[in-house]
Ligand binder design. Structure first.
Ligand code: GDP
Length: 437
């Protein structure tokens, strides 16, 4: 079986957790390549909802090793909280989880800085989770960061922290009126973190290469979404890492050819959490209706998500950036019962028709979507198991959506549970033995 990547093809929260969970049992490793505790994947099975932030969604499967790769950033207290929650549920985390020795550590002052920047940006705030992800990535790029392996030597870490403070961190915190950490405080925290995280720490690229050599398949799990990518998203309203499939080789230390197939996850409509342009946003009663029907509140922050219609311009952009082989369309059940459903097929900006998003966020904020209007449908009386069980207008909507995106349909999700899934015959997900039961 070939290696597979699952990435978000919108502004995140597409339901990647459910898709990874459906596929994970077929793979020997599930690897996260970017992001930190700003991710929030929800997996539902046996009538229970499980929220994950740091840990890949493969953790619930016996015989599958979950990997947090060096392209991620990690908050030790948060990952330990997540680990304890999983252990309390009987998940053998020590057997199933490995964290890269090269992963960068989110330190308390990174969270402080995240909050301070957001507060100062006021109306222009990015809407980050304030969990320190951006400042931890900044420290990494400045070569003043702390990696998991560095926690093993608290004395050396104290020196690294003193250097970081001398290189401008102290001035910055003082100017912002924020507390300056003592290097010895960070070293003391490091000792406690290392005691618990040290046994899970290893060279994860070695693990992945062993799997590649032995032809044991790997599932690459994306977080956030393509439109939040630091290079290709609606900058500056983006996350601070590379969320696209191209980020996998760098984020994990595997060759690009290891990423053999890529599935993009899209909601049947569109949501965005935090600030930034959203051309198809519905701000009135209809947006509220979608939010309630889809329970669109953030897994990580609980913030209400902004809601709107499916944007085929943005999705087609994501198909091309990631080289998507199939689309997994989620939350299809949420659209049932509407009179009409719209899809944005192009944008208009200053009298010009655009078929790809403009580079500048202020231009994206000004575009007018050009809509196609489709008839709605009622929810089927029984849970649909095959595409043929869906009403005709629902099937037509899916056909048109995939046609506009230029990508075949791989899966339709009609509810949060593993069993509420339609795998079209002959689709890529069927090839991967993906099953809803
Ligand atoms: P992720 O970060 O991409 O994994 O997405 P989230 O977990 O933040 O958001 C997806 C939410 O939608 C979760 O609460 C899922 O349980 C839920 N969900 C996933 N697929 C479906 C679906 O097909 N229908 C409905 N109604 N909910 C779904």
């Amino acid at each position: 079986m070939t290696n597979l990547a699952v990435v978000g093809a919108q502004w995140g929260d597409e339901g990647k957790g459910k898709i990874v969970d459906l596929l994970a049992h077929r793979f020997s490793l599930v690897a996260r390549f970017q992001g930190g505790p700003n991710a929030g994947h929800t997996v539902v099975f046996d009538g229970k909802s499980h929220a994950l932030h740091h840990i890949p969604s493969g953790i619930f499967h016996d015989g599958v090793v979950s990997v947090v790769g060096p392209g991620s950033v990690m908050d030790p207290d948060r990952i330990l909280g997540e680990i304890d929650g999983l252990i309390a549920q009987g998940v053998p985390v020590a057997e199933r989880l490995r964290i890269s020795s090269r992963v960068h550590v989110i330190l308390p002052h990174h969270r402080t800085l995240d909050g301070a920047y957001e507060s100062r940006l006021k109306g222009e705030a990015i809407g980050t989770t304030r969990r320190g992800i951006g400042p931890a990535y900044s420290a990494k790029m400045q070569r003043l960061g702390v990696r998991l392996a560095d926690l093993a030597d608290a004395e050396r870490l104290e020196q690294t922290m003193a250097q970081a403070l001398d290189c401008g961190l102290r001035d910055l915190l003082e100017r912002l009126g924020e507390p300056v950490p003592e290097p010895s405080e960070i070293a003391a925290l490091a000792r406690g973190w290392w005691e618990r995280l040290g046994p899970l720490c290893c060279d994860t690229s070695d693990l992945l290469h062993d799997a590649l050599d032995a032809k044991r398949p790997i599932l690459f799990e994306g977080a956030q979404g393509t439109l939040l990518d630091v290079d290709h998203g609606s900058y500056p309203f983006v996350t601070s890492s590379s969320t696209v499939a191209g980020g996998i080789p760098g984020g994990l230390g595997v060759p690009p050819r290891a990423v053999e197939r890529v599935i993009g996850v899209v909601k049947a409509y569109l949501t965005r959490v935090g600030a930034g342009p959203f051309p198809t946003e519905e701000t009135g009663a209809f947006g509220d209706q979608l939010r309630d029907a889809g329970n669109e509140y953030g897994t990580t922050t609980g913030r209400p998500r902004r809601c709107g219609f499916f944007d085929a311009v943005a999705a087609r952009y994501a198909v091309r950036l990631n080289g998507l082989d199939a689309l997994a369309v989620t939350k299809f059940d949420v659209l049932s019962g509407l009179d009409t459903v719209k899809i944005a097929v192009a944008y208009e900006l200053d009298g010009e028709r655009l078929t790809t998003p403009p580079a500048c966020a202020h231009d994206l904020a000004r575009v007018k979507p050009v809509y196609e209007v489709h008839p709605g449908w009622e929810a089927p009386s029984e849970r649909p198991r095959r595409l043929e069980d869906l009403p005709e207008s629902a099937r037509r909507y899916l056909d048109r959506l995939t046609e506009l995106c230029g990508c075949p349909l791989g899966l339709v999700s009609v509810g949060p549970d593993r069993t509420e899934t339609i795998i079209p015959r002959g689709s890529l997900l069927e090839e991967y033995g993906c099953s809803a039961t």
